[in-house]
Design a protein around this ligand. Structure first.
Ligand code: AHR
Length: 491
C-alpha cells in the first residue's frame, strides 16, 4: 500500500535566493583527501594535469561545485602557507599534528588555485590564527590578491601566476574554541579584530571574512558581544556533524534516528540567527557559514575514511532542504570532506575512482542553485523517533523544497520519500502556476539503505530518469521508498 501526501507550492511566498554556495565543499590535509584524492604528482600513472587528478576535477565540475574550503579544518591553524609555495623540491616536510601524518607541502596555495580554476570553483581559504601571526596571514592575502609591484605579488608571478588568485572567501581561523587555539570567545574576539584589521587593505578583490562561531549555547553570543566592530565580520561559521547506529549496520530506529540527528542543523541555524538578531540587531548583515557538516560515523578510523551509504545521502537531502529553507540567512555551507574523508562525494584508491550516493544527491540539487526558494507545505504521514539528546520528534516521511527561476520560466522541486518500505503517492497543489511546457525528473533510489558504491561496483547506487509528461505530473507523482526525486519544470 502506498502512503499518501500532499505538497502545496506557494510561488508567491518567496524565502530568498538559494546561493550556489550553499552546496559547497571542504578539503583538508587529512588522510587521502588532498594526497591521492586531488594531488598525485606530475610523474603519476594516474591521469593528471600537472599533478592534479583529472577524474576528480571532471566529477566536481559536473556537479558545479561552487566553492572548496582549504587547507582545513584543524590543519589550518597549524599551517604556514610559505611552506607550500615555490619550487616543490625545496619545500619543507612538516609534522601534521592533527591527523597523525607528515605533510610534504607538495600541494600548496598555487596548486590549490590551479585545482580551483580547473574545477571552476571559488577558493575559500582558512587562515591560521591558532599558531600563526597577523604578519604571516596578511602576507598570504597579499600573495594571493595583490595586483602590482610588491615583493609578494612578484613572488606569485615568479611562481607561475602573473594574474592574482582573487580569493574572496577567507576564514579567520577554524574552531578557535577547540583545535584552533582553545580560545575563550572573548579572547578570540580580540584576536579576530587584530587579524581582520590588516587584511582588506591588501586585496584588490573584496573580501568575505568568516569568523569562527560555535554551536554551544553561549559562544556566539559572548563572541559577538565582545567583538563590537561587526563591520569586520561578513559571515559567522558553525559546524555540525551527526551519527546514529553504525555506518552499514543499523536498524530501523537508527535509520529514522539519523534524520532526527541531522535536524540539529536546523536548531544550530535558528540559535545562531537568534544570537545575531539579539546582538548585532540588523546593524550589519552577517551571514551564517555552515562550513563543515555531514555524517561522521564511529567507524571512521585513520584518515577519517568511512563507507558512505544511500542512507547518508537521503539524510543529506534533508539537510539541503533545511539550508534552502534558511537561504535568507545562510550564505555558505561546506560538506565534509569532498574526497575519501567523512561524507565525501568521491572515493579513490590508486587508479580506481567511484562516486558515493551523496555525489548523486549533489548532482540532483544543482537544479536549485541560484533560484528563489518558495514555500512548499507538506501534509503527510510521519513517524515517531528520538534524537541522541533524548528529544522526541515526529519525523515527516516526506521531505520537500521548491524553488523558482527569476523569470518564472523554471521550477525545481525536490521530494524525498524517507519511508524504508512504502512508496508514496504525492499530490501537488501548484498555487496558481500554469501547466509546465516540459518536465524532467531524476531519482536517487536503491534497494537497501546501506547500499553503497565500491571500486568493484561503482554504479550500484545511482540516478534514474523518470518519464513524465506535464499533464501527468500535474496530478502528482509516486515516489519509491528511500528515494530523492528532483523534478524540473520549464514554462
Ligand atoms: O573534518 C574533520 C575535522 O572536524 C576538522 O578538521 C575540524 O574542523 C572538525 O572538528
Amino acid at each position: 500500500m502506498a502512503l499518501k501526501a500532499t505538497v502545496a507550492i506557494r510561488p508567491d511566498q518567496k524565502i530568498g535566493t538559494i546561493s550556489p554556495h550553499l552546496y559547497g565543499h571542504f578539503t583538508e590535509h587529512l588522510g587521502h583527501c588532498i594526497y591521492d584524492g586531488i594531488w598525485v604528482g606530475e610523474g603519476s600513472e594516474i591521469p593528471n594535469d600537472g599533478g592534479i587528478r583529472t577524474d576528480t576535477v571532471a566529477a566536481l565540475k559536473a556537479v558545479k561545485a561552487p566553492n572548496v574550503r582549504w587547507p582545513g579544518g584543524c590543519f589550518a591553524d597549524d599551517y604556514h602557507w610559505e611552506d607550500g609555495v615555490g619550487p616543490r623540491e625545496e619545500r619543507p616536510r612538516r609534522v601534521n599534528i592533527w591527523w597523525d601524518d607528515e605533510e610534504s607541502n607538495q600541494f600548496g596555495t598555487d596548486e590549490f588555485m590551479r585545482f580551483c580554476r580547473m574545477v571552476d570553483t571559488a577558493p575559500y581559504i582558512c587562515m591560521n590564527v591558532g599558531s600563526g601571526t597577523v604578519a604571516e596571514q596578511k602576507l598570504w592575502v597579499e600573495y594571493c590578491n595583490w595586483i602590482g609591484d610588491t615583493q609578494l605579488s612578484k613572488l606569485r608571478e615568479a611562481n607561475g601566476s602573473a594574474e592574482p588568485h582573487a580569493v574572496s572567501w577567507w576564514a579567520v581561523g577554524n574552531e578557535n574554541w577547540g583545535c584552533g587555539g582553545r580560545f575563550t570567545p572573548e579572547h578570540y574576539a580580540m584576536e579576530y579584530r587584530r587579524f581582520a584589521c590588516y587584511l582588506r587593505g591588501r586585496s584588490k578583490t573584496p573580501l568575505n571574512l568568516v569568523a569562527a562561531g560555535h554551536t554551544t549555547p553561549d559562544w556566539n553570543r559572548r563572541f559577538l558581544t565582545s567583538m563590537g566592530c561587526w563591520d569586520m565580520i561578513d559571515h559567522l561559521s558553525i559546524h555540525r556533524y551527526y551519527h546514529r547506529g553504525h555506518q552499514t549496520d543499523f536498524d530501523e530506529d537508527d535509520y529514522y534516528g539519523l534524520y532526527a540527528e541531522a535536524t540539529a542543523v536546523d536548531d544550530d541555524i535558528r540559535a545562531t540567527v537568534g544570537a545575531l538578531d539579539d546582538i548585532v540587531r540588523g546593524s550589519k548583515f552577517i551571514g551564517i557559514a555552515l562550513d563543515e557538516w555531514g555524517v561522521w560515523h564511529r567507524e571512521a578510523g585513520w584518515g577519517l575514511e568511512q563507507v558512505n551509504t544511500h542512507r547518508d545521502a537521503l539524510v543529506a537531502a534533508s539537510v539541503l532542504d533545511i539550508l534552502n529553507h534558511w537561504c535568507a540567512r545562510v550564505t555558505m555551507a561546506n560538506l565534509a570532506q569532498t574526497i575519501n574523508v567523512l561524507q565525501c562525494l568521491i572515493h579513490t584508491s590508486g587508479e580506481s575512482f567511484w562516486k558515493t550516493p551523496t555525489y548523486h544527491l549533489f548532482d540532483l540539487y544543482q537544479a536549485h542553485m541560484g533560484k528563489t526558494a518558495v514555500v512548499a507545505l507538506v501534509d503527510g504521514p510521519s513517524i515517531d523517533t528520538t534524537r541522541g539528546d533524548g528529544r522526541e520528534m515526529e519525523l515527516a516521511l516526506l521531505g520537500a523544497s521548491a524553488s523558482i527561476g527569476d523569470d518564472a520560466t523554471a521550477v525545481a522541486l525536490a521530494l524525498t520519500n524517507r519511508s524504508l518500505i512504502e512508496p508514496m503517492k504525492v499530490k501537488l497543489d501548484w498555487g496558481g502556476l500554469p501547466r509546465a511546457k516540459s518536465v524532467t525528473a531524476r531519482c536517487l533510489t536503491s534497494d537497501h539503505p546501506a547500499a553503497h558504491n565500491t571500486a568493484e561496483q561503482p554504479d550500484y547506487v545511482g540516478l534514474q530518469e523518470i518519464k513524465l509528461t506535464p499533464a501527468k505530473f500535474e496530478k502528482g507523482i509516486e515516489l519509491p521508498p528511500m528515494s530523492v526525486t528532483m523534478v524540473e519544470l520549464t514554462y
